[in-house]
Unconditional design. Structure first.
Lengths: 341, 288
């Protein structure tokens, strides 16, 4: 009897969830965790009367797996630039009617019309960031090139990202090749150079490389700029530099998911996010770069002068994005596995 | 006999919620993994429904076998270290006054009420360059330069041995407690030295406990990755992080699934081997 009751409860719950949610004025947002302040969401809800349901993911791959498994539950997602090609090939996103956005003009041109989405037919930039070199000025001489990471005084004293593309891309760039190198013989050189770098690497860490920098465990590193910015607040001798070889940039953008049930609300939300005051609130909450030119003007000077958050526009212009490698990813993977032994 | 128990006898798998639970939440996902391991992927990493055995032939490549062997070697090292440190402690526990034993056992177990992740971070705080141990050593003048205690193989061994020690101590203690003390008295009466008593009486009679402990340490250590990751600096690829990389950055789910299946089969083979070995030696091995 008890068993039957519990089955009935489950059945009721399933039916209940299905029927008890009336079609309301809603927006289903799928976004990286720790990426949009709660206060911004609340403000949008009060101003527009639209209820926002937020779900989080921690990787692009996770996001794709969930939207493919769950049908079209979400309206908006915020994938990274290298993932747009995959979403298109999977037929997972719709064109974004950016003409309907009053505030589209607030976006800085450096972030628009880039290779992954010419003409911004599908994507509206939300947040960007870059990779930087960090060094402890109290412990090691200044650095200006990625090649400095190979220095003998840094043996067992650097931290690099545990990220195949970022770290091998950096090695490739240090040799004068592309962040997206596909030439097999050049990649062989990348493999050799990476192997030579491994003795200098104390830890591969993508989750919290700032910890090793703050604790004084390493003298230098190649990390995400946001991590560097947070570490610099804690340990004042840390310096961030954009190497002479240039930096790589990542850019997360809003996309309209295929079969979105509330496309109108999604547009209204994105337009709200593009407002200068809202862009400023988001930019103040997290140490990433806002692609919103008007919002950037409202930011405090010390934030804008920190290269670990806002590199000079000239650097942004000549920066590179990661592109989909296709089958060449296997070569990168083999280099990575071979060196980590 | 009630109808319920009749059905239970004929179709136990239908009635027992436990069986249903296992089938649903362990059996079914494993079948999905098994199926996945025979599929292919396109260059974007999406799983394609073309059946192949390529994932399993790839497993036989030397580089891949090396990763599995490396993980097994690490597990073996950890098991031996756990035995080295756990056995004397278990012996001490079993020889301690009866009244004290529950309390001493509690001391072994209590630290493990905290999450192992938290304890791992505690080790990092102790061992790091500007950590507790180095500050202490430098303040008393035993060393002028901080020692490198973290992010090397030794740190991995320390973290893993610390983490798995109770899994060795408890089964060994259980088997030692059952040991008849009169056997030791008899050996002594016949002129055996302490070392002889240990090697020829106590050790052989606690073999069952040692084997249980070895299984309980070796098998989970094979799939452990956060200690090599956090304390070892993630500089070496083990089978566990190799698998996790297949499902994330490498975007090769079918091969990741094949690796998982291989690991499961390997684990089952090892357990079977341990059990046969212990059966031959006539020892009772308890894993529960």
């Amino acid at each position: 009897m008890r068993l039957r009751l519990s089955y009935m409860t489950i059945a009721l719950m399933v039916v209940g969830v299905h029927f008890c949610s009336p079609k309301k004025n809603e927006l289903n947002l799928f976004i990286w965790s720790e990426y949009i302040p709660e206060s911004v969401i609340r403000r949008f809800e009060t101003e527009s009367g639209i209820r926002v349901n937020v779900a989080n993911y921690t990787s692009n791959e996770e996001m794709l797996a969930k939207i493919q498994a769950g049908g079209s539950v979400f309206d908006l997602a915020v994938p990274s630039e290298y993932f747009i090609g995959i979403l298109l090939s999977e037929d997972a996103i719709d064109p974004f009617p950016k003409e309907a956005l009053k505030n589209f003009g607030n976006l800085a041109p450096e972030f628009l019309n880039r290779g992954f989405d010419p003409g911004n037919q599908y994507t509206i930039p939300f947040m960007a960031g870059h990779g930087v070199l960090v060094y402890d000025s109290a412990k090691t001489p200044p650095m200006k090139s990625y090649r400095d990471l190979w220095r003998a005084d840094l043996r067992n004293n650097i931290v690099v990202l545990d990220d195949i593309r970022a770290t091998l891309g950096m090695v490739s760039r240090s040799l004068g090749y592309s962040w997206n190198e596909k030439d097999v013989s050049r990649l062989k050189e990348v493999g050799t150079a990476f192997k030579a770098l491994v003795p200098n690497i104390k830890k591969f860490d993508s989750d919290s490389p700032k910890k090793l920098l703050i604790d004084g465990e390493v003298k230098a590193g190649f990390v995400w700029a946001a991590e560097a910015a947070l570490a610099m607040k804690e340990r004042l001798s840390l310096r961030a530099v954009i190497p002479e070889e240039g930096m790589y940039l990542w850019l997360d953008s809003f996309v309209l998911l295929k079969g979105a049930e509330n496309p109108g609300n999604a547009l209204e939300f994105v337009d709200f996010i593009l407002r200068p005051d809202i862009g400023r609130d988001i930019a103040l909450a997290y140490p990433y770069m806002t692609p919103n030119r008007e919002a950037k003007k409202l930011l405090p000077k010390e934030m804008l002068s920190n290269t670990a958050i806002y590199p000079p526009d000239s650097e942004i212009q000549k920066s590179d994005f990661f592109e989909e490698l296709g089958e060449t990813l296997r070569v990168y993977d083999a280099i990575w596995t071979d060196a980590k032994r | 006999m009630s109808l319920f128990s009749k059905i239970n006898r004929v179709f136990p798998f239908l009635v027992q919620p436990g069986t249903l639970w296992l089938l649903l939440f362990t059996g079914l996902p494993l079948l999905v993994v098994l199926n996945l391991s025979f599929l292919s992927r396109n260059s974007y990493g999406r799983v394609v429904y073309e059946y192949t055995i390529a994932n399993y032939t790839r497993l036989l490549q030397w580089e891949e076998l090396l990763i599995i062997l490396r993980s097994m070697w690490l597990s073996l090292e950890v098991t031996l270290l756990c035995l080295l440190f756990g056995y004397p402690l278990a012996l001490f526990l079993s020889r301690a006054a009866r009244r004290l034993q529950p309390f001493l056992l509690l001391l072994v177990i209590v630290p493990f009420w905290t999450s192992s992740l938290v304890r791992t971070y505690a080790w990092i705080t102790i061992l790091q360059t500007e950590g507790l141990l180095n500050s202490f050593l430098m303040s008393v003048g035993w060393t002028s330069e901080p020692l490198t205690l973290l992010y090397n193989h030794g740190a991995i061994l320390l973290g893993m041995t610390y983490n798995f020690l109770p899994f060795m101590i408890l089964p060994v203690y259980a088997s030692l407690q059952k040991l008849d003390p009169t056997l030791i008295d008899a050996a002594r009466d016949l002129g055996a030295s302490s070392l002889q008593v240990l090697l020829r009486i106590i050790l052989p009679l606690s073999k069952g406990g040692i084997i249980s402990g070895a299984i309980l340490v070796f098998i989970p250590a094979l799939g452990y990755f956060f200690i090599p990751d956090l304390m070892g600096g993630n500089r070496v690829i083990l089978v566990s992080n190799h698998i996790s990389l297949r499902f994330t950055q490498a975007r090769d789910w079918p091969y990741g699934a094949a690796l998982s299946v291989a690991l499961i089969v390997l684990t089952l083979l090892l357990i079977a081997m341990f059990l046969r070995w212990s059966k031959r030696s006539g020892e009772k091995v308890e894993l529960a």
